[in-house]
Design a protein around this ligand. Structure first.
Ligand code: ZN
Length: 459
């Protein structure tokens, strides 16, 4: 997600109002159910039938998890916007309660530590958020908990099998790769997508619609573009080619800076109406309005780079909690500025940094300053998005200035390699940058990351 041109995008648009309740309710449950249990959610296997007219989905999901050491509490999953819930395990009905937006599942007998188990949940969902329906297409946006019965912990990654049942004239885009397409009754097909590497829950997603498709390749990796016909989108084959012309170069740039190949061996952009910019693992949704802007001003391709950069920083290397959210968004904003520098030169880099500084000043002038990171947990609704995105980018700029080209990029590579596929806290980044540069960065982090000072930057 991104904040630019007064538009709040990506994860952020719906953040404050969508999922924060899950954590809050879990605390309430602790009081009701005794010592809080902890679970490691391993895998989701979902079969969903979207209904574009009813703006709803019917389906079932099998959640496979492992009990960790901890209390005897129930398994708590998101029930937001879900009805007609039926919960079983090995075909035996389990009792459950719905408390606020939580589905609280009780087990017949206590689970032992390390015990692996699966729970099947059938449900109907008519989400007011998290899914956008149109007559000819639909797609998911932040947050997965609105449409999938799922856990809330951002640090607990899981793999995902998704089978969509849909009209055969529609194309699907999902996480990972398309395993198979098989005929179903009444002119429908089953499209089975599989994401084998565990990913954070908010990057689960799919799109479905009467899309046209074209593709390009970079190092045997496919980059696909899905878009609506010209009479609906104003975009045709040539325009799509122009809008996304730099994507292979972007992949090359982020691969070089991270020393990690594009995680999924393929990437797709789904171009949808309006001003959407939403990453999922392996693909993203980007707005038609932005695509048209790029056709007139090629320098405005930031959203294409931003969502792609999340494949490395955000989707693969994920902040372990919202106290460290700048490791997702601040770093990606900085990487977009660095890419602009690579593509258009020094002035473009300075323009991005100046823009970030102006946004920070604006939010501070409104009395809404905050540290970039916290030693204690913060709730999702307490994130200061403008600080996280913009001051986050500025702090990476300052770090680059301080350490110099060689150490900075070497450290970023070391950090990316060390934490690929993992969840990170601010100290993980600090330690790697200290090791590589041989500098004590405690004063720097105290001042710029944990403090509220606004840097003075002059070009
Ligand atoms: Zn983002």
């Amino acid at each position: 997600m991104i904040i630019k041109n007064n538009t709040l995008l990506c994860l952020l648009l719906t953040l404050a109002v969508t999922v924060s309740n899950t954590g809050v309710s879990a605390h309430t449950l602790t009081a009701d159910f005794g010592e809080k249990a902890s679970f490691d959610v391993l895998h989701y296997d979902a079969s969903l039938t979207p209904d574009l007219i009813e703006k709803a989905i019917d389906g079932r999901v099998t959640v496979t998890a492992k009990k960790l050491s901890g209390g005897k509490g129930p398994l708590v999953l998101s029930a937001k916007y879900k009805t007609a819930i039926k919960v079983t395990s090995d075909d035996v009905k389990l009792s459950y309660q719905i408390l606020d937006d939580d589905l609280v599942i009780n087990f017949h007998s206590p689970l032992t530590v390390d015990q692996r188990f699966s729970v099947d949940i059938e449900y109907h969902a008519a989400p007011k958020r998290g899914m956008r329906f149109y007559p000819d297409h639909m797609f998911t946006v932040y947050h997965t908990g609105n449409w999938l019965v799922s856990h809330a912990d951002i640090a607990d990654k899981a793999s995902f099998d998704l089978t969509l049942v849909h009209d055969k004239k529609l194309k699907t885009i999902g996480n990972g790769h398309l395993v198979s397409q098989k005929p179903a009754a009444a002119g429908k097909v089953y499209s089975h997508w599989q994401q084998q590497t565990p990913i954070p829950l908010y990057t689960f997603g799919f799109a479905l619609g009467e899309f046209l498709q074209q593709s390009t390749a970079y190092n045997n990796q496919a980059v696909n573009f899905f878009y609506r016909p010209v009479q609906l989108s104003g975009l045709n084959r040539e325009k799509i080619k122009d809008v996304f012309a730099d994507v292979p170069d972007m992949v090359r740039f982020f691969e070089e800076k991270s020393a990690i190949a594009l995680p999924n061996k393929q990437y797709s952009y789904v171009v949808v109406p309006g001003t959407v910019a939403q990453e999922a693992a392996g693909f993203s949704m980007v707005g038609e309005k932005f695509a048209h802007t790029v056709l007139e001003q090629p320098g405005e391709n930031w959203f294409i780079a931003h969502e792609l950069a999340h494949e490395w920083w955000g989707n693969s290397i994920t902040c372990a909690g919202f106290s460290h959210f700048w490791l997702n968004e601040g770093l990606v904003q900085f990487m977009v500025a660095a890419y602009q520098q690579h593509l258009f030169g020094e002035q473009a880099y300075h323009r991005e940094i100046k823009l970030a500084l102006a946004r920070v000043k604006k939010v501070v002038a409104k009395g809404r300053n905050a540290p970039l990171a916290f030693d204690t947990e913060i709730a999702e609704q307490d994130i200061n998005h403008s600080i996280v995105y913009n001051k986050g980018a500025l702090v990476f700029y300052l770090l680059r200035e301080k350490l110099g080209e060689q150490h900075f990029w070497q450290a970023l590579k070391a950090y990316s390699l060390a934490f690929a596929g993992k969840s990170v806290v601010t100290d993980d980044l600090k330690q790697v940058f200290e090791q590589v540069s041989g500098s004590n960065l405690s004063p720097f982090f105290q001042r710029w990351v944990y403090g509220e000072e606004i840097p003075v930057i002059k070009f």
